[in-house]
Design a protein around this ligand. Structure first.
Ligand code: HPA
Length: 270
């Protein structure tokens, strides 16, 4: 896997020597942000040798390199999901690659279902912690010693410092935030009402199909992480209506302006 990563890095370096400080992953329906930064370069995932290519509609599938004010960023416009059929090590390959490009900080975003009954569709949630009991660890297999230790500590995956930065930025933008625990399931199916009740009993506030494994891989290699969930719908059983991807995209569109404002401010201040 380390050799594969090095091959991908060489592919990227053949096209650009851009050195990002901050890496960003944009979730379902939130990808538009990348079109509005000062773009220096882009690389489609399918230009990178050995790179897993996303198949989900609405996930563009490219790295965007550029500046948000003076901060050099690399943005994943479209991520790789476990439910697409890739081994978990491939799912987190892009995250690791952005770390190897030089990004020391990572901002993760996603669309998620709210399982905290105090949430409502359209809320933005600071990810305070996560639960990945429903998915295999991306760190299973031979440890990549070049990246990190065999048994990494996970007591502060989402940096307290960045959580405070997100809170402060939201206040300055006049955006109310929720804060909570993100529970990752495999997808691609949405959860059953019983699974949502399980997530609640575990202490979860939102459920989704991504993000937490990326955070684990980034934490393993020493990146400092922040996370924001866009609550696009109430999770199954709380929601009175059946869930569908269209609703997720429509809510993400609805909050896009606030989301973009917040993400830009967080990038500059994290
Ligand atoms: N469950 C899982 N993933 C999701 C949801 C959900 O309710 N909404 C958006 N992504």
């Amino acid at each position: 896997m380390y050799n594969k990563l090095m091959g991908c890095l060489a592919s990227v370096r053949a096209k650009t020597d851009f050195k990002p400080e901050v890496a960003v992953i944009l979730g379902s329906g939130l990808g538009e942000f990348a079109n509005e930064i000062e773009i220096v370069d882009t690389i489609s995932y399918n230009e990178i040798e050995g790179f897993p290519v996303s198949t989900v509609k609405g996930h563009a599938g490219r790295f965007v390199f550029g500046y948000v004010e003076n901060t050099p960023v690399v943005i994943m416009q479209g991520r790789v999901h476990y439910y697409e059929g890739y081994p978990m090590a491939d799912v987190v390959l892009p995250t690791r690659l952005m770390g190897l490009m030089g990004a020391k900080k990572l901002l993760l975003t996603n669309a998620a279902g709210g399982c905290n009954p105090n949430f409502k569709p359209g809320d933005l949630m600071i990810i305070a912690d996560h639960i990945t009991t429903g998915v295999p660890s991306p760190l299973i297999g031979a440890n990549i010693e070049e990246l990190g230790t065999r048994f990494p500590d996970m007591s502060e995956v989402y940096s307290n410092r960045i959580q405070t930065v997100i809170e402060d930025c939201a206040k300055k933008c006049g955006i109310e935030m929720q804060k909570g625990v993100y529970v990752q399931f495999t997808g691609p199916n949405y959860e059953t009402p019983s699974e949502v009740r399980l997530a609640q009993k575990w202490g979860g506030d939102a459920v989704g199909m991504s993000t937490a494994v990326e955070a684990m891989a980034a934490n393993h290699m020493g990146m400092e992480i922040g996370g924001i969930s866009c609550i696009t719908n109430m999770a199954a059983g709380i929601s009175k209506v059946q869930l569908n991807h269209k609703e997720v995209q429509e809510t993400a569109d609805m909050v896009a302006d606030n989301f973009k404002k917040l993400v830009a401010k967080v990038i500059v201040n994290m």
